[in-house]
Design a protein around this ligand. Structure first.
Ligand code: ADP
Ligand code: MG
Length: 744
């Protein structure tokens, strides 16, 4: 067989899959979207058993009793549950439901569900079946829960875990299944999920904030916590995805040279939305609206093939559920459009990763936003009270805030000069900073004057004046005040928002309680209420200064400065997680009744175990890819080059052959050297993994994976990416960055 024949056959075998996939991807057209001719408002919420539907399917008395339970967070009696279940069943069956499930949020990345049919025998076994759904089935279930992460709270022989209905989040219909949002707890009552502690944190912040509101307005009965998330994601053609085992198994590319063009020209952000993507987005909105998810904003993000979706904010518990639901809808709908949707925080090296900004605020049942500047001095004192208490809470618990959102995936994003740094600080903007500075300096209570939005006249004839927002933008801040809310930007795109929201609402609740105690003590000592509030705030403003940072969070100087200010600067994920079980953290979570020490410890066990498993899987996939895909191809190309060099000596005189073969010889040696390094590093990585696997303690094991296994990834990748540049494009088996990121 001659050289020419060998190379042609090689090319045919090696490149078929990749090139076929690219060719197919280019041919794909936007799929038609089944969007209706009717107005959005006509199908909005049609799959949700919401207030309107409840009014139709439940008796007045049942509805009233249920509303009271939701408002006051009381327990659901079986009789009431039976009545609700009956109405819910009829509603669901009329819409084609045959099954129901308790839909819950274990400590994994996704929700869990186990479907059961409504059918029961009407009488003795074998008798005709009827549709049955009792209050007991609605209120509580016992999934075989032994294989959900529990951090040792439930060992396998005591595998019982219960799911219990959360009436404050409405049931909904997915296809033929009635989904009932539930909490997930162990036999002995410990939380095994995100929802149960979140509900407790929301209750705590409600109570603490109402008490503080009473200084300003006695009529406030309830304070709601609000959340508006901004979901970032990538879309990749599904044929290309199928050719990337790393994307399939780990959610991110472990190898791949950066595309010569990526986001340098900043031409993707807010750019016109590609047709196939727009069809996908429309479809998501159509589906989302049916679930009553108020999707509002869609746009291109900074990186190529990266996009964002955001709803109108809502009550935190519901908003968290809606985010989880839309994430699963987004995954499913992507398949209809020939895409895969990536939620990983850093699917591609060298370009922006994905986050999920959590816009958070508190608001009263009287319609006042507690982070919205007011019109009167009293309103403004209340506003400043809530801003300053939040500031103090973040200052005290900055390490805990970071721990609440840190994962193996998010670690690639935070501190990578595109996302917030791995140090939590607060950005307030010039105006609020000025107000706090004035309060700090003034001798006695001054009327707090917060200028209304500044007008900016553009001096361009027909264009109206623009109102300046009360804050400037600082994209580098992990926790920023943005006019009427705080924006927690460090949250990862794949995260359950519940995790960060549990911590944020819990620390603010605890801080508000402390504030109330301090003010009450001063009042008891004879101070006037306003003076007492003012003095405590003054003290807080002084104390919490280290957390305030208005500068560039990406700079090296900030890292040094933050360390001087004693902010948490840890970057190793397993050690960041330690903050959850510090003495202060345990005292905090117990003081507001959100999590016990036992729960905190077991949740950390889960976090360490998850971290280890993620790195372990990545290390395995990396090893397999390198040994099965990369080295064989590089070797094949090397032997083609060798063949060429040899043939040159057969045709040309020695000196000429050496001259003509010089380039190939250089490449042959480079390939040999790189393969050698890669092979050695893969062996070392495998050894490090074996050693780490023998460690018993989950914490020590996670640390070993972080310190000893992970560092090999970069070196291996560096050399593989260099090979990608050398090896004949037609031989390269994995779709390249330029294909993954620019085919749409
Ligand atoms: P950005 O300018 O930060 O990209 P977006 O419009 O994309 O803003 O998203 C802002 C999010 O903040 C939306 O979900 C919006 O509903 C939410 N939001 C606005 N006001 C509040 C508030 N007071 N409390 C909580 N969330 C809010
Ligand atoms: Mg935002």
């Amino acid at each position: 067989m001659c050289y020419h024949q060998i190379t042609t056959i090689n090319k045919k075998i090696m490149s078929t899959l990749r090139f076929k996939a690219v060719e197919e991807a280019y041919k794909k057209k936007a799929a038609p979207v089944a969007a209706p001719a009717s107005l959005t408002s006509e199908y909005y919420g049609k799959y949700v058993f919401n207030g309107e539907q409840m009014a139709k399917y439940l008796s007045k008395a049942t509805l009233k009793a249920l509303s009271a339970i939701i408002e006051q967070g009381e327990t659901l009696e079986l009789e009431l549950a039976n009545q609700v279940a009956a109405g819910m069943k009829t509603w669901a069956i009329e819409r084609g439901a045959t099954h129901y499930t308790h839909w819950f949020q274990p400590l994994t990345d996704t929700t869990a569900e186990k479907h059961d049919s409504f059918i029961e025998y009407g009488g003795a076994p074998g008798s005709p079946v009827i549709e049955e759904f009792s209050g007991k089935l609605l209120a509580q279930a016992e999934p075989d829960a032994s294989s959900f992460p529990s951090g040792g709270i439930r060992s396998t022989f005591e595998a019982r875990g219960y799911t219990a209905w959360d009436p404050s989040s409405p049931a909904f219909l997915v296809d033929d299944t009635l989904c009932i949002p539930t909490i997930f707890i162990s036999y002995t009552g410990e939380s095994l999920d995100y929802k149960a502690p979140l509900l407790k944190a929301l209750k705590a912040v409600d109570k603490a904030a109402v008490d503080v509101c009473h200084y300003f307005d006695k009529s406030v009965k309830k304070v709601y916590s609000y959340l508006g998330w901004e979901q970032e994601y990538f879309l990749i053609d599904d044929g290309l995805y199928a050719n990337r085992p790393d994307l399939m198994l780990t959610g991110r590319t472990l190898l791949g040279r950066e595309s010569s063009k990526d986001q340098q020209l900043e031409d993707h952000y807010f750019g016109s939305i590609p047709t196939r993507v727009q069809a996908y987005m429309k479809d998501i909105e159509f589906e989302g609206y049916k679930y009553g998810i108020p999707l509002k904003t869609r746009h291109n993000e900074v990186a190529p093939n990266q996009f964002e979706l955001a709803p109108i904010f809502g009550e935190t518990n519901l908003s968290v559920d809606q985010n989880l639901l839309i994430m699963s809808i987004m995954k499913k709908v992507a398949r209809r459009h020939g895409f895969r949707m990536l939620l990983h925080e850093k699917p591609f090296a060298g370009i922006n990763g994905s986050g999920k900004h959590n816009n958070w605020s508190l608001g009263t049942d009287t319609g006042v936003g507690l982070f919205t500047p007011g019109k009167t001095p009293t309103e403004n004192l209340q506003f400043i009270t809530f801003v300053v208490n939040t500031l103090v809470a973040i200052w005290k618990y900055n390490a805990l805030m970071k721990a609440s959102i840190m994962t193996a995936q998010n670690a690639h994003r935070l501190g990578a000069n595109e996302a917030p740094p791995a140090i939590v600080s607060v950005f307030l903007g010039a105006q609020i900073t000025k107000v706090l500075d004035e309060i700090e300096k003034s001798k006695k209570i001054a009327a707090i004057n917060i200028a209304a939005k500044k007008k900016l006249s553009l001096g361009i004839g027909s264009i109206p004046e623009v109102f300046l927002d009360n804050t400037d933008r600082n994209r580098t801040s992990p926790f920023a005040f943005t006019g009427n809310r705080f924006e927690f930007r460090a949250v990862g795109s794949s995260a359950n928002c519940g995790s960060g929201m549990i911590t944020l609402n819990a620390i603010v609740a605890a801080q508000l309680k402390e504030f109330k105690a301090a003010v009450d003590a001063k009042i008891k000592g004879g101070a006037k209420k306003e003076d007492a509030i003012f003095e405590v705030l003054q003290d807080y403003i002084k104390k919490s200064k280290p957390i305030r940072f208005e500068g560039n969070g990406y700079s090296e100087e900030w890292k040094e400065e933050a360390a001087k200010r004693k902010l948490d600067c840890e970057t190793s994920v397993p050690l960041i997680i330690d903050a959850n079980t510090s003495k202060e953290a345990v005292a905090l979570f117990e003081s507001v009744g959100v999590l016990t020490e036992k729960e905190l410890e077991s949740r950390n066990e889960v976090k360490w175990e998850t971290y280890t498993k993620k790195i372990q899987i990545e290390a395995r996939v990396l090893g397999d890819l390198v040994l099965n895909h990369i080295i064989p191809v590089a070797t094949k190309y090397q032997s083609m080059l060798l063949d060429n060099v040899y043939k040159l000596t057969q045709v040309y005189p020695e000196a000429k052959a050496a001259e003509l073969g010089a380039l190939d010889k250089g490449l042959i040696e480079e390939i040999a050297e790189r393969i050698d390094i890669i092979k050695r590093r893969v062996d070392e990585m495998i050894e490090a993994r074996k050693k780490a696997n023998k460690i018993d303690s989950e914490r020590a094991k996670a640390i070993a994976y972080h310190d000893k296994v992970l560092p090999h990834f970069d070196t291996i990748r560096y050399h593989v990416d260099k090979l990608e540049l050398i090896v004949d494009d037609e031989l390269w088996p994995l779709p390249k960055y330029r294909e993954l990121l620019f085919v749409r």
